[in-house]
Design a protein around this ligand. Structure first.
Ligand SMILES: [Zn+2]
Length: 492
């Protein structure tokens, strides 16, 4: 058993709340957390669990703290090749112009290995211990992504992308081929875990999105997901041009005999020619389905997502560039929809969940400001209920991600029975992009309103708003140290 002693920033399981556990001990056996206790119980725990309180305990005191490994619920691995560029055109044009040509190159395994290994080491250093990835349509390079993750020790949910229409001839497959290759990928990817105590890579059924997938392909994939118990990922109601394109594709089949629609859309209009209803009819909306973006969601559609137990991956940075809208995140949370955060590289250029957390807060404020400006909410005290705090955003990047992947019992926080995925944060690491000011005389814990300096919560908030990989002095995935002191990757 390995025991870690220090401060743990710990999201609660069932509420969007963060606990600050000072001077605690976390015992880890075979990658799994055995106990989380105050350090005052060290001797007792040592007796119960049979460890040496001297040699088996790693102590991290001072201002360092642990956070749970962050979970990226939406990232396009091949697009890392061009992330940081190509942010200037609408979604459907961007796909044609930049995305499909780059993704096509991943038939070249050497190129795939090069990009994927760099991406995974970047993400691990940035504190991302689990990724929900789109690869490309190619089976072999999708498996290469899985091997890169295994080598580096990152947990990876990987989709071989399926598409059979509205993409260049050389970058789509016939319907039957896309289904067969997806099934072959599921079987091959699961093989890669042999010999591991806890599986690290997991295949995900991945119809790219409705514009590039026929209904036959999507229902075939839904059947595969059910047969092999796979998660599903796709995009939904992301942007105005995408919503319009789907409407144009499904207009005819949505029309009913008497030309009247009987869907639940009611006064807000027909839902049958929109993503959520189409996905539901084809069997793709269920627990373990992660819908990226969902910016242009209607309330009835949010209710359906909740009813089906699916989740939304909120990708705020990408949404600024491509969605022509802002996800009403606060409302989605209030409606009870499960939400995780995604970087959406390369639609969002930053491969960092800290950026996603910050943009989550900023985009909620953007929406709030717009409603205040338009006089739709507020009043003299200028308060609205639309904002999302940094604590909630951090919760979404950890527990929210775990819930989205149906792994809330295994990931997302420090609790007995969960896997030890952790990031050790040192606010005073060399080169740290922010400074802390401790009130030594007051023990550092006098509230600022009483003239105090940084409290523990203030330091965590500074890290969330200002920190980066320089503050990540170590990272663990299921108990294995994958980034060691100094930010070096620990090879398998
Ligand atoms: Zn995407």
């Amino acid at each position: 058993m390995r025991v870690y002693r220090g401060t743990f920033v710990n999201p609660l399981n069932d509420r969007r709340y963060i606990d600050f556990l000072r001077d605690h001990i976390v015992g880890v056996q075979d990658g799994t957390i055995a106990f989380v206790e105050p350090a005052s119980r060290l001797g007792e725990m040592a007796t119960i669990h049979g460890f040496n309180p001297e040699s088996d305990v790693s102590v991290f005191m001072g201002n360092q703290f642990f956070i749970p490994g962050m979970i990226d619920t939406h990232i396009h691995a091949p697009q890392y090749a061009f992330t940081g560029t190509a942010t200037s055109c609408p979604l459907m044009e961007w796909l044609e112009k930049f995305t499909y040509p780059t993704e096509s190159r991943f038939s070249d395994l050497g190129f795939a290995e090069q990009v994927y290994s760099k991406l995974i080491s970047r993400l691990l250093k940035n504190g991302c211990t689990t990724g929900l990835y789109y690869a490309t349509i190619h089976n072999e390079s999708s498996l290469a992504l899985a091997r890169c993750a295994l080598r580096a020790g990152q947990r990876a949910f990987i989709g071989k992308v399926a598409m059979d229409r509205n993409a260049p001839d050389h970058y789509r497959q016939a319907t039957a081929t896309a289904i067969e290759e997806t099934e072959r990928f599921i079987l091959d990817a699961r093989q890669l875990n042999s010999g591991l105590t806890h599986p690290l890579v997991e295949p995900v059924v991945t119809p790219r999105f409705i514009p590039t997938c026929t209904s036959d392909l999507m229902s075939g994939l839904a059947a595969l997901a059910a047969k092999h118990h796979c998660l599903i990922q796709t995009h939904a109601v992301e942007s105005i041009d995408e919503v319009a394109f789907v409407k144009s594709l499904h207009d005819a089949e949505a029309r009913h005999e008497d030309d009247a629609c009987h869907c639940s859309g009611g006064e807000t209009g027909c839902l049958c020619e929109r993503d959520i209803m189409i996905l539901d009819k084809l069997g793709l909306l269920k627990p373990g389905t992660v819908l990226a973006h969902a910016v242009h969601l209607k309330e009835e559609e949010a209710a359906l997502i909740k009813e089906r137990g699916a989740a939304i991956s909120h990708c705020p940075l990408s949404n600024y560039f491509f969605s022509q809208g802002v996800l009403p995140l606060r409302r989605c949370l209030d409606w009870g929809v499960t939400v995780g955060l995604g970087t959406d590289v390369a639609g969002g250029y930053a491969p960092s969940l800290l950026t996603a957390i910050r943009e989550t807060v900023v985009s909620s404020r953007t929406l709030e400001n717009r409603e205040l400006q338009e006089g739709r909410v507020g009043g003299p005290r200028l308060r609205s209920e639309l904002r999302v705090t940094w604590r909630e955003a951090l919760w979404l990047a950890t527990m929210g991600g775990a819930q989205s992947l149906m792994l809330a019992n295994r990931l997302g926080s420090f609790a007995p029975g969960k896997l030890f995925d952790a990031v050790l944060v040192d606010p005073q690491a060399p080169g740290s992009p922010f400074d802390v000011f401790i009130d030594a005389a007051a023990g550092g814990e006098r509230p600022r309103a009483q003239g105090g300096l940084d409290t523990l919560e203030d330091i965590v908030e500074k890290y969330v708003n200002l920190g980066d990989d320089r503050n990540h002095v170590a990272v663990w995935v299921q108990g294995r140290e994958v980034v060691a002191a100094g930010g070096q990757l620990v090879a398998a």
